[in-house]
Ligand binder design. Structure first.
Ligand SMILES: [Zn+2]
Length: 219
């Protein structure tokens, strides 16, 4: 929060005492500093820390009022740069930790249409395969011993090893999986409806004349 008049008065008293600026009448100058600090959004905390930084600075203490002002501003800016750098590091860490939406952070993408069952961009079958994801975890697995163990089982049958290779061979796998599940859902719905009607009406009684004729021929 930007420093207010009371906080500034407290800070100025402390700063002046520490650096021997008490002998001057610099109240008009301080009023200018206050306006400038408010304009830059300096907080009481930032200013007090700046004073501490100057006190313990290996460069020594300022001998001019002008040097004080410049050092105070520099110290606040340095604090802000350090805070920003820390926030950037946190962002990078969190980003690296966040889950991959393709593989749910497992490193493997399973349930992909088997390439031998894909013809003209359509998946005709139900066999699936798994490859390594393109994300960091997938890459680590590819490089690690675990990946070699995982891949060795059916490496000879496997046309592709990573999602990148797989997508070159079968770029429309997402559509194919979607179509496959749509077909499965539709089929199950039809089966359910048929069973429900069977339960409701019982077995078929009437036999068509064509059906009766066929029965006779086969008998
Ligand atoms: Zn992934």
């Amino acid at each position: 929060m930007t420093i207010d008049r009371n906080e500034f008065a407290a800070w100025a008293a402390r700063h002046r005492t520490l650096f021997g600026l008490n002998y001057d009448d610099i109240s008009e100058l301080l009023a200018e500093w206050f306006r400038s600090f408010v304009a830059m959004g300096f907080s009481a905390c930032e200013l007090n820390k700046a004073t501490d930084m100057i006190v313990s600075s290996p460069a020594g203490w300022p001998t001019w009022r002008d040097q004080h002002l410049r050092r105070i501003v520099e110290c606040v800016q340095r604090q802000r740069a350090e805070r920003q750098a820390a926030a950037d590091r946190r962002y990078v860490d969190e980003h690296a930790k966040s889950a991959c939406t393709v593989c749910d952070d497992t490193g493997q993408v399973a349930g992909l249409p088997q390439l031998s069952e894909v013809r003209d961009g359509q998946w005709r079958g139900a066999k699936t395969c798994a490859v390594l994801c393109v994300c960091h975890r997938g890459q680590r697995m590819l490089e690690s011993r675990h990946a070699r163990e995982w891949g060795s089982e059916d490496l000879r049958e496997r046309a592709c090893y990573t999602l990148r290779e797989y997508e070159l061979a079968n770029p429309y796998w997402r559509d194919q999986i979607h179509a496959h599940w749509q077909a499965t859902i539709t089929r199950r719905r039809a089966e359910d409806a048929t069973r429900r009607l069977d339960a409701l009406r019982g077995p078929l009684r009437a036999v068509s004349t064509l059906g009766a004729a066929l029965k006779e021929v086969s008998a």
